[in-house]
Each structure stands twice: as structure tokens, then as C-alpha cells.
Design a binder for this molecule. Structure first.
Ligand code: MV4
Length: 502
């Protein structure tokens, strides 16, 4: 039985994993970079060790330093969190060689799903629906033949891809050759691997994923769906469960396919299969994520399952204790990712010192975070400060709760996307649950409208306009049109809002 776990990560996910370890009576070891000495995951852990310089490559991505730390502190297992080494087959293999349990699937499973073409082939073999396209490195001479077969538009993707890099859309045959060359050189530059493949482009897809768990005895269950279509530049911003789009029949079909997919690769641990779902609810395999994901809490809230606890249970070699027939989605959960970034400056990261935080509390609220008053957000890592998760009995109640929780959350000292998230919660298509992966793009203008349009500030502005009028109406009579005095901006605003008639 695992007694001590080294968490090979930082930030909110390191704290998240340690919380479950604490509940299970498992001791924890934190690793940290020189930039993270004061981070919450360090103070939370039972033991902590500095593993190198601030840059990820010198610390959280350095497999050997982490393995050395695990041996030095006699950790039985390593939990990789998400990002960093979580989907690094070489790291999983090195853990095994050193007799350390890697809390995740085998190196072979990670490898099979890491390469997009190999994942596609595996899924075709398992009779999982994939987007029509190719499943080998695309050669220039096959380009036109393939496109005529599957029909335009097509999307060219990098085999080693991720995050949209090396991806090209093609609507017309004459763009094909250029797009192919561009995708290839971008793939080579980004991944050192210029292998590319091609898929039919699904025009307005939903991005919906199914969580699953597999044990070392060949049992697999699924934990239903998450709707992840609210994304910006391939970064998810808001996730919810259940998806407001798919019907129950599709949900069950996707769950069954996820189980089949996981079984076909002998999957052990927690994983996710991502699907593109078109307007007619046809779903197609996109990729498999062989890690715990950022958005896992919405599944936890709706199912009443601690996924980290189940990961540890599985890593102990035990059989799954959850039964598919006992798992039902109850109520609705929404997650918002809180980031230190400036939505008014193209979402540029906004590192710095947190002056003060007021954290939401009350019924149905969960905050997975790691920041505190006076904490300095380092410039070296992701800008995500944490996640706000709400649960309620229905989607509309969950939405109302999320608005309330975003209202309660106050962070000063750094810029955050909280106002932007508030606007998402008030956007018609989101409220209706009627949105695709184009949601952010389609609503970008409204979502960009600055905080000056928020009600509270507008009320204050109207009051200011009125006071301005009272104070200045004698010496600058705006009723005389002949004067060349610049009109007070407050007065102009008051007129526009209809509170001043002069
Ligand atoms: C697609 C697609 C439509 N059709 N594949 C893949 C990685 C993920 N981050 C986005 N991906 C997509 N794959 C097929 N066959 C649509 C997306 C996609 C997208 C593509 C280009 C630009 C923006 C996008 C936003 C969401 C989804």
C-alpha cells in the first residue's frame, strides 16, 4: 500500500492531490523550483525539496531530479498532476525501473496515445468512430486524392501536435499545397517531427469529453461527459457537466465507446477521451488524454467521486470499487478557470503580488486554488491561479450560483479574467447552453466590452454625472450652444443615459 507520494507538480493541482492524500493518511513530498519556495504546495506538504532553477526545464520537467528526490525521501509513488511530465512515457518508464509507482497509465499506453496517427489507428482497430481522414504520414502526391475522397473543407494536423500548433484549415483545393507546406514546417519547428495527417473539417463542433477509469484487472468504467467548448486559442476557459448539448442516448453511446477505447489499449488509471460532436450529434474521436485533467472537478461534483482517490486505489493494484450501474449524474457543475491575465490587453499574463483575496464561500462552492495575500505569482509558469467550481441541482441554478460566486471573488494586486468570466455567464448563447467551439470568437465583441459597462460602475458613473451637473451648471452653462468650452465627459455621459436633459 502506498504510504508516501511525491507530487511532481506545482500550483493548484499539487495542492489538490495533497488534499486527498491528507484525507487518506498518505504522507506527501513536494518538489519545488527556486521561484516556488513560498508556494502553497510547499507549505501544505509534509516534506519539501528544492529541485532546481525557476525554469521548468531545470525543475518540474527534470525527470532525473524528481526521481532522485523520490528515492531520497522514500516515496512509494509519484503523482504527476497535469502538464509537465504527466504524459511523458519516458518518465513513466523511469519510475517503473526505479521501483516507484507512477500514478497514471503505463508508458506503453501514454506512447500509443501521444502520437496522433498511432492513436487514430488504435481507435479504428477498436471500432471507435474517428473523423474521416488519413492514418499515415501524408505525402504530397496523396494530397489531392485524399481531399477528393473526404471532401473539402479539410484540416491538416501535426502527428505530434497539440494546442493547435501545425494545424491548417483548407477550404479550397488551390490552397492545399501551400497549407500542407506551412503545416509541415510549423510541425518541424514546434515538435521536431514534421509528420502530418489530414481530417475532414467538422464546421461547428462541440468539444465534449468522457472521463474513464481502468484498473489493472481489465475493468473499465466511464464517468460521463464534460462540455469543454468554451475555449480561446485552444485553451479551455469554462467547463460544465453534464453537456447541455447532447441527449441521453448520445451520452450513453459515447460512454460505451469510451469504455471500448480504454479497454482496447489496456488502460490503467484515470483517462479522458475527447470527441468532436457535430450539429447532428455524430461524435468522432479527437484524442485521448492520459492524465488527470484541469476540469476533472466538474465530474467529481456531479458524480460524488474523488478521482485522485480512485487513481491511488488503482495504483495500489486494487479492483475498481465503483460500479457503472451505481454511477449517475446528479445536478449540474460549472467550472471557471481564474487566470492572472489582462483581457483588455489581449490576455497578456499579469504576474505580480497578490494584494488581497476575498474567496467565495457558501452553499455549492468549491475553490481549487493555491494563492494567498502577499503571494507573488512567478513569471515562469502558467497564469492559472485556480478554479471556481459550483454545483447545484439544475443547470440554471448552477449558472446563478456561478454568477454569485464570481461576484464574491475579489482579487487585487494583479489583473484577472474574473470580469470576463462574468460576461461569459451573462452571454445569451452560454445561458441557453447553445454554444460550440466558436463561442468565444462569435461573441468576442460583446465579451471585450470593458468593465465600464458593468452595472455597478455604470450606476456610479450616472451619479458622478449628476453631481458634475449640480456643481458646474452655473459657471459652464451648456445651454448656450455658442460657447466653445469642451463639454464635460460626465455631462455627455449623463445626457446619453438620459439622466440630464440639458
Ligand atoms: C478539429 C476541428 C474540426 N474538425 N478537427 C484540434 C485540437 C483542438 N485544440 C482543436 N481542434 C480541432 N480539430 C476536425 N476534424 C476543430 C478543432 C478546433 C479548432 C480548429 C482550428 C481553430 C480553432 C479551433 C477551435 C476549436 C476546435
Amino acid at each position: 500500500m502506498i504510504q508516501k507520494i511525491l507530487i511532481a507538480n506545482r500550483g493548484e493541482i499539487a495542492v489538490r492531490v495533497m488534499r486527498t492524500c491528507k484525507e487518506m493518511g498518505i504522507r506527501t513530498v513536494a518538489v519545488y523550483s527556486e521561484a516556488d519556495r513560498t508556494s502553497r504546495h510547499v507549505s501544505y506538504a509534509d516534506e519539501a525539496v528544492c529541485i532546481g532553477l525557476a525554469s521548468s526545464r531545470e525543475s518540474y520537467l527534470n525527470a532525473e531530479k524528481i526521481i532522485t528526490a523520490a528515492k531520497q525521501f522514500k516515496a512509494d509513488a509519484i503523482h504527476p498532476g497535469y502538464g509537465f511530465l504527466s504524459e511523458n512515457a519516458g518518465f513513466a518508464r523511469r519510475c517503473k525501473e526505479e521501483g516507484i509507482i507512477f500514478i497514471g497509465p503505463s508508458a506503453e499506453s501514454i506512447e500509443a496515445m501521444g502520437d496522433k496517427i498511432s492513436a487514430r489507428r488504435q481507435m479504428i482497430k477498436a471500432k471507435v468512430p474517428v473523423v474521416p481522414g488519413t492514418s499515415e504520414d501524408l505525402k504530397p502526391r496523396d494530397l489531392f486524392r485524399v481531399c477528393r475522397r473526404i471532401g473539402l473543407p479539410v484540416i491538416i494536423k501535426a502527428t505530434a501536435g497539440g494546442g493547435g500548433k501545425g494545424m491548417r484549415l483548407v477550404y479550397e483545393e488551390k490552397q492545399l499545397h501551400e497549407a500542407y507546406q506551412a503545416a509541415k514546417s510549423e510541425a518541424r519547428a514546434s515538435f521536431g517531427n514534421d509528420s502530418i495527417y489530414i481530417e475532414k473539417y467538422i464546421e461547428s463542433p462541440h468539444h465534449i469529453e468522457i472521463q474513464f477509469l481502468g484498473d489493472a484487472h481489465g475493468n473499465v468504467i466511464h464517468l460521463f461527459d464534460r462540455e469543454c467548448s468554451v475555449q480561446r486559442r485552444h485553451q479551455k476557459i469554462v467547463e460544465e457537466s453534464p453537456s447541455p448539448f447532447i441527449d441521453d442516448k448520445t451520452r450513453q453511446a459515447m460512454g460505451a465507446i469510451a469504455v471500448k477505447a480504454a479497454k482496447s489499449v489496456g488502460y490503467v488509471g484515470a483517462g479522458t477521451i475527447e470527441f468532436l460532436v457535430d450539429g447532428d450529434m455524430n461524435f468522432y474521436f479527437l484524442e485521448m488524454n492520459t492524465r488527470l485533467q484541469v476540469e476533472h472537478p466538474v465530474t467529481e461534483e456531479v458524480l460524488g467521486v474523488d478521482l485522485v482517490k480512485e487513481q491511488i486505489h488503482i495504483a495500489n493494484g486494487k479492483k475498481l470499487r465503483l460500479r457503472q450501474k451505481h454511477l449517475h449524474q446528479r445536478g449540474h457543475a460549472i467550472e471557471c478557470r481564474i487566470c492572472a491575465e489582462d483581457p483588455e490587453n489581449n490576455f497578456a499574463p499579469s504576474p505580480g503580488i497578490i494584494r488581497h483575496i476575498q474567496t467565495p464561500e457558501g452553499i455549492g462552492v468549491r475553490v481549487d486554488s493555491f494563492i494567498y495575500d502577499g503571494y507573488e505569482i512567478p513569471v515562469y509558469y502558467d497564469s492559472m491561479l485556480g478554479k471556481l467550481i459550483v454545483w447545484a441541482t439544475s443547470r440554471i441554478y448552477a449558472l446563478e450560483r456561478m454568477r454569485r460566486v464570481l461576484y464574491e471573488y475579489k482579487i487585487t494586486g494583479v489583473k484577472t479574467n474574473i470580469d470576463y468570466l462574468r460576461r461569459i455567464m451573462d452571454t445569451r448563447d452560454f445561458v441557453k447552453g447553445n454554444y460550440t467551439t466558436h463561442f468565444i470568437e462569435d461573441n468576442s465583441k460583446k465579451l471585450r466590452e470593458s468593465a465600464a459597462n458593468d452595472n455597478e460602475i455604470e450606476d456610479m458613473a450616472i451619479i458622478a454625472a449628476y453631481i458634475d451637473h449640480i456643481v458646474n451648471s452655473n459657471d459652464a452653462p451648456s445651454s448656450s450652444p455658442a460657447d466653445n468650452l469642451p463639454i464635460s465627459r460626465w455631462r455627455a455621459f449623463g445626457k446619453q443615459k438620459g439622466v440630464l436633459r440639458i
